[in-house]
Ligand binder design. Structure first.
Ligand code: FAQ
Length: 336
């Protein structure tokens, strides 16, 4: 029987690379024609590795990204806010699962990806290592973090790897709802009392620069961009997307009645874009080294949640084995 992943996609033999000339030419032709590479197609080993790296980092980010907002579910200011926040955090869990499933079609199991996250050898987005001390942080995450995620991820709907591109379509729809709910939280606070306005401004002050850094290092320091763009995994460079994000934020901040904390921010008539100030790349690198404000806390929590969930995995495996045995018995009876 052909083995499948949880999404039903055929599991791939990782040795199936595009090392023969014919296979390599076919891969190049599909990429050149803007076509889609599917799990059973031959592909260069480096293409597969890049995808597993990026997709598993992306999945890990969605899963770790539940924590900063999960922090506020029990303290949301109304029943409606609580229901919306719970739905949003559950959406992030779902995104993680689609992405792990899509990555599994490349021949790496979800268990291996999870082990790498828990061992601290796989990355997740820098943004989730910042704390969420106030309710306004829920607004800032929705507006800025989900906003940056959408700008980065809409082009991924056209990524050359089929399962990743298809997973991104639904994810982007849900991220759009997330961004609007964050904007609406900030708008309500901004138009509220002076203390509420100040809380909203303080959250934007803390999340603005980290959200710009989500797009990755400047193009000159981006080790993977050139190859990922040639393979049409990435459609735009880190700096191009960062610029698109800044241009989008400025009018939205005006509508919110909030200020973006950036002295370098001004319209550049010649470029037709907003200039923005220098980002603190030393801080970004420190966060990537595990030295951010919440890195240790996030991983400790994730490891504990994984251990606490061991009985669920054991029960699900026992149930699946029982169902498989029943199916086998049924097939034997019908064959007899
Ligand atoms: N954080 O050569 P590049 C979300 C690493 S989901 C940590 O430019 P690349 C939804 C990079 O891995 C957010 N590490 O890399 C949500 C590489 O290191 P390596 C996640 C970063 O891959 C909202 C090195 O730096 N989204 O927010 C970061 O070409 C609210 C050199 O960088 C995705 O993952 C970073 N920010 O471009 C959930 C989108 N940036 O592996 C909950 C998919 C770079 O060599 C609540 N990913 N690095 O050791 C991508 O588009 C790309 O992977 C980039 C990085 C653009 C993130």
């Amino acid at each position: 029987m052909e083995s499948t992943t949880p999404t039903g996609a055929p599991a791939v033999d990782p040795a199936h690379d595009a090392s023969s000339d014919a296979a390599s030419a076919e891969f190049d032709a599909v990429i050149a024609a803007d076509g889609r590479i599917e799990p059973r197609d031959a592909m260069p080993d480096a293409y597969r590795k890049t995808l597993v790296r990026q997709m598993s980092q992306h999945a890990n980010s969605e899963i770790i990204g539940m924590q900063p907002e999960g922090n506020w579910i029990t303290r949301a200011p109304s029943l409606m806010r609580k229901a919306i926040l719970m739905a949003k955090v559950q959406d992030e869990a779902g995104h993680g699962l689609y992405l792990y499933s899509a990555a599994e079609t490349l021949g790496t199991s979800r268990a291996e990806m999870t082990d790498a996250l828990l061992a601290g050898t796989a990355r997740y987005s820098s943004i989730f290592n910042y704390p969420t001390p106030t309710w306004a942080d829920m607004g800032a995450i929705g507006w800025l973090v989900d906003g940056a995620a959408i700008v980065n991820q809409v082009p991924l709907c056209r990524c050359s790897y089929g399962p990743y591109a298809r997973a991104m379509v639904r994810i982007c729809k849900e991220e759009s709802f997330h961004q609007r709910q964050g904007f609406e939280i900030l708008l309500t606070l901004s138009r509220g009392t002076a203390a509420q306005h100040e809380m909203a401004q303080d959250a934007v002050n803390r999340w603005y620069a980290p959200s710009l850094m989500m797009f990755g290092p400047p193009d000159a320091d981006s080790s993977h961009s050139a190859q990922s763009m040639a393979w049409k995994i990435k459609r735009f460079s880190n700096d191009e997307l960062r610029q698109r994000f800044v241009d989008m934020l400025v009018p939205q901040a005006e509508a919110l009645g909030l200020t973006l904390p950036d002295e370098g921010l001004r319209w550049n008539e010649q470029r037709g874009h907003y200039d923005y100030g220098e980002l603190d790349w030393a801080e970004f690198k420190a966060v990537l080294r595990g030295e951010g404000q919440c890195n240790a806390q996030r991983l400790t929590h994730r490891r504990r949640a994984h251990e606490d969930g061991a009985w669920v995995r054991a029960a699900a495996s026992a149930y699946a084995a029982k169902q498989a045995a029943k199916d086998d018995a049924r097939q034997e009876v019908s064959a007899a």
